[in-house]
Design a protein around this ligand. Sequence first.
Ligand code: UFG
Length: 323
Amino acid sequence: MKRVLVTGGAGYIGSHVVKLLGERGYEVKVYDNLSTGHRESVLYGDLIVGDLSDTKLLRTTLTDFAPDVVMHFAAFIEVEESVRQPLKYYRNNACNTMNLLNVMQECGIGNFIFSSTAAVYGLPEFTPVSEDAPLVPINPYGQSKRCVEGALMDISQAGAVKYISLRYFNVAGADPDGKLGQKYENPTHLITRALKTAKGEFEKFQMFGTDYPTPDGTCIRDYIHVTDLVEAHILAMEYLPGSDRSGIFNLGYGHGYSVREVIDIAKKVTGTDFRVEETGRREGDPIELVADSSRIRKDLGWRPGYDDLEFIIKTAWDWERSL
Ligand code: UFG
């Protein structure tokens, strides 16, 4: 694999992938509508500003660039918003992805790396959750990603595409070189929200739900550093040509932290005792999501280097302070 088209390459995860691809000498092109991404986050390759619903532009881009593989990050990602605006999620995450796959098929491009999510599992019966667990999403975000996984299975069986679907757990942290990180004005994710509160951008941090059946009453998640996550994309991409089948892999470390634990570490890292208000549950939140990541470690040889929540939060804090 040499030439990589990255959709959503101006966004948080996509831009980290583009940086790594560029550093490793791959030829990269980014396709992004800049709805949540930023032009200046694209550190390597050309940026085509376009929407995935624009079939004509997609076709021209794929024909001109002729990528060996498409990495698809462009999507909406907020669970709570998806509950309020489900069609926004189905239209972009599902319909636009089908459009992309269709144009790829027309152009004869057969390798695809898909950003999926732990939200496809819903409320898993066992933890850590393995890839073979039933897919019962409890919010439209997870459902929209599950739709695509279902389509990919069918399309690959028909021989049109080989794909790897990576089911992300909670991605966090920032580029340790300090060049990239999350850039949202009104972030909803736990760590970014907590750090912006520590910085004084919000008056208080709201803790959503303290009556869950967990040891301290708050939800548990598996936080993975963005650099470990993007490294897995390179492994996945290089695995595709030599393999005769597609694959689905969890991407998390295999252990979880509660919201309270994350907040304690955020307070320690920032040296700020910011205000925390305990409020009601947020709709659509699963109680506990922790990855069984043995498959990706075994099949792709993935060896994470940043499995340390304090380090993850520190990189995010360094980035946040640089903004
Ligand atoms: N939380 C708060 N207060 C906040 C923000 C979050 O208490 O201000 C809590 C949430 O209620 C939840 C936990 O922190 O219990 C984590 O919430 P995030 O919003 O940071 O992340 P989610 O778990 O909702 O979702 C993320 C990604 C999804 C992915 C999922 C998989 O957005 O793409 O992780 O675990 F599917």
